[in-house]
Design a protein around this ligand. Structure first.
Ligand code: WQD
Length: 345
């Protein structure tokens, strides 16, 4: 059943891949993006892949009136997939109010419009960061949500609480929160991918920028952790698998298959990989040598996190299909495409 879906942050990394997946399943997409952390070129990338250009509105969700006017202009929006948010952990520590204002006011203004509608569904982009360092691995959805290590993580926790309370008093409002582990990779067409602005904070874009010569070497933040090779362990999930999970979650709500009007799912591969394992996988899958050095630990890093995927497998009928090597290879192909475009501009 196709429908008109609003995707906020739809020109971003995960948003753009989800727009492609939605269009491929016949859904009509409207994108809101304020281009603060994305490029308008992504719209052309999406169109090249699906031959369909989504409707695009350059709106800042912190502007309550603009949000209200948007829903008056598009009264037939049935559901929202909400990606638009600031997401750099380190930046959130330096500038907490920017994160609380951007991530929470935009969420509140969207929910205020949705609760006016006859019925509406809402998919929230959350993160495994809400678990902090979990006591048990793999991490299930019942793992306790711990005091966030950063304002960024706190906005995800508070965001889920806001949605929970909204769902409690609006029986026609149904929501799913998707807690991502570590999204990586790019579309196999190399038409869209991750576009970090400035120095990449995350591991994979730093690896690909190092391999292409844009960075001198990768700094591995610590090899003295209590893990088999001493480096931190994460659950790296291909962005294509992640995008598909959003379509499955949306269709779950459309077909009223939800068990309650607020559900949470962990989205990961279920497998943990250390930083050194990622480096080895990158070199094996691309044939590129990666210069790196071991440095001190990064403040706030947890030792290990990887998902227990049983709930998403069983309830969503979804599981990851792509592996680490393929994700890293796709990130490398995308990195080469980005450099080619920079050289042509
Ligand atoms: C992964 C591992 C680093 C860079 C964060 C957020 C999460 C999500 C993804 C938004 C860690 C190590 C990294 C480098 C390194 N964000 N590393 N050298 O911190 O697990 O998760 O980003 O959705 O919510 O919490 O991801 O890629 O920054 O780090 O050694 O130059 O790579 O220490 O062990 P992280 P990351």
């Amino acid at each position: 059943m196709s429908s008109k879906i609003l995707v906020t942050g739809g020109l971003g990394f995960i948003g753009s891949h989800t727009v492609v997946a939605l269009q491929e399943k016949g859904h009509e997409v409207v994108i809101i993006d304020n281009l603060s952390n994305s490029s308008i070129d992504v719209l052309a990338g999406i169109t090249k892949i699906t031959q369909k250009t989504p409707v695009f509105e350059n709106i800042d969700l912190r502007n309550k009136n603009e949000v209200k006017e948007f829903f008056e202009k598009y009264p037939d929006i049935e559901g929202v997939i909400h990606f638009a948010a600031s997401k750099a952990v380190g930046e959130s520590v330096e500038n907490p109010l920017l994160y609380y204002e951007n991530n929470l006011s935009s969420l509140i203004y969207l929910l205020q419009e949705l609760q006016q509608k006859e019925s509406a569904y809402f998919i929230f982009s959350s993160s495994c960061t809400v678990y902090g360092q979990a006591d048990e691995l793999p991490i299930t959805e019942n793992a306790p949500v711990k005091k966030a290590e950063s304002p960024y993580g706190n906005t995800k926790q508070i965001g889920e609480e806001i949605i929970t309370d909204t769902a409690k008093i609006n029986k026609n409002f149904k929501a799913i929160s998707l807690r991502y582990f570590n999204p990586i990779g790019a579309h196999p067409s190399a038409e869209i991918g991750e576009l970090p602005i400035g120095t990449p904070q995350n591991l994979i874009p730093f690896i690909t920028q190092t391999a292409i010569g844009k960075r001198k070497e990768l700094s591995v933040f610590g090899d003295d952790y209590p893990t088999p090779d001493g480096t931190c362990i994460r659950d790296y999930i291909h962005v294509i698998d992640l995008a598909k999970a959003h379509v499955v979650a949306l269709e779950r709500l459309q077909k009223n298959r939800e068990k309650s009007n607020f559900e949470v799912f962990n989205l990961g591969t279920g497998k943990g990989s250390s930083v050194l394992e990622v480096i080895n996988s990158f070199e094996r899958s691309t044939g590129e040598k990666l210069p790196y050095k071991i440095v001190g630990r990064r403040e706030g890093d947890i030792v290990a996190a990887y998902a227990d995927t049983q709930k998403a497998n069983k309830e969503l009928g979804w599981k990851t299909e792509k592996h680490l090597d393929e994700a890293l290879k796709s990130a490398w192909e995308w990195q080469k495409e980005v450099v080619k475009r920079e050289e042509n501009n």
